[in-house]
Design a protein around this ligand. Structure first.
Ligand code: SAH
Length: 307
């Protein structure tokens, strides 16, 4: 069971996004012990009718059903889905066939990015011009978070962040490394991670006050237990390729785990297990920051091209 997470939404409006509301309800509930916090930045039109995404309220099972399951959707070929369940059934199948279809789901995700140029324009799907406004908005949010929740940040507190699905290190380079003494990057696509490593190397990048990018993890966010379970000898091959089993962060290393524009790659159950695994990586009082786009019309969109 996942400990209850407090959920803050920024800007301070509830969410329309079915998926995130659903996450808030289904996944971030139960026990009341330590309370890691998930901060959501959401990007989208402001006028929409929005639902409360207060995690406590959302943990109500009635809310769970009405908010999450009845939202219809479309894929990028125009195919309609009655609800998210139907979409997932088609994408990753029923229990019995899930393993294979899931592997396929992730393979397609990764191979898309493997064909993309390691540039800002590439990781932003041709919308490189969004970079500046994205960083500006995130910086305002981060400053608020730091001053509200890390009162000692100015007194030489050693701050560490993890940039998940980091791509070429755009967010680390333009934002995180200016505020955190150390930033680790997690990215499953090796040519992106190589580009990040190079551009963040001390000889290529002047970070303030000895701030640095420390670790570069070439792994996806979802666990890979299936592969390990299946055939013992395969395990070795996977390890050789530099893809470890589940990514589990070092205990208590991070003040902030930043997850931006990549969580949509995960199936719902992997989303849950990612947060369960990753929360051990947070220092007491640490935060997840999840930044995602929201659907415009209260429907969800499954994009086969990922953009
Ligand atoms: N967050 C970065 C990159 C966004 S592009 C930025 O905002 O600049 C989406 C990134 O998600 C790509 O780098 C892609 O390789 C990564 N990604 C795709 N599948 C993933 C997975 N299963 N786990 C983690 N990251 C994934």
């Amino acid at each position: 069971m996942l400990d209850r997470l407090r959920l803050h939404v920024y800007p301070k409006e509830p969410l329309t996004c079915a998926k995130l509301t659903q996450y808030a309800s289904l996944k971030l509930e139960t026990k009341r012990r330590a309370k890691p916090t998930l901060h959501l930045l959401h990007v989208g039109r402001r006028k929409e009718k929005l639902r409360s995404a207060e995690a406590g309220a959302a943990a109500d099972p009635k809310h769970k059903e009405s908010s999450a399951m009845e939202v219809s959707g479309l894929d990028s070929d125009g195919k309609e889905f009655k609800n998210a369940e139907e979409m997932w059934r088609e994408q990753i199948g029923e229990d019995g066939e899930q393993q294979e279809k899931k592997t396929q789901w992730y393979r397609e995700g990764i191979s898309y990015w493997e064909g993309v140029e390691a540039s800002v324009d590439g990781v932003l799907g041709g919308f490189g011009n969004v970079n500046e406004v994205d960083i500006k908005g995130s910086e305002a949010f981060l400053q608020m978070l730091l001053s509200d929740r890390f009162p000692n940040a100015r007194n030489n507190q050693h701050l560490v962040a993890l940039d998940c699905g980091s791509g070429i290190g755009r967010i680390t380079k333009n934002l995180l490394i200016r505020y955190f003494n150390e930033v680790d990057l997690l990215e499953p696509v090796s040519h992106f991670l190589d580009a990040a490593r190079e551009s963040l190397a001390p000889e290529n990048h002047m970070a303030p006050d000895m701030h640095k990018a420390t670790n570069f993890f070439c792994v996806p966010l979802q666990g890979q237990r299936e592969k390990n379970k299946k055939v013992g000898s395969k395990k070795v091959k996977i390890a050789k390729k530099g893809i470890s089993a589940d990514f589990t962060p070092e205990t208590g290393r991070y003040d902030v785990i930043w997850v931006q524009w990549c969580i949509g790659h995960l199936t719902d159950d992997d989303f849950v297990s990612f947060f369960k695994r990753a929360k051990v990586g947070l220092k007491p009082g640490g935060f997840f920051v999840l930044k995602e786009n929201i659907a415009r019309s209260g429907t969800f969109l499954l994009s086969h091209s990922l953009i």
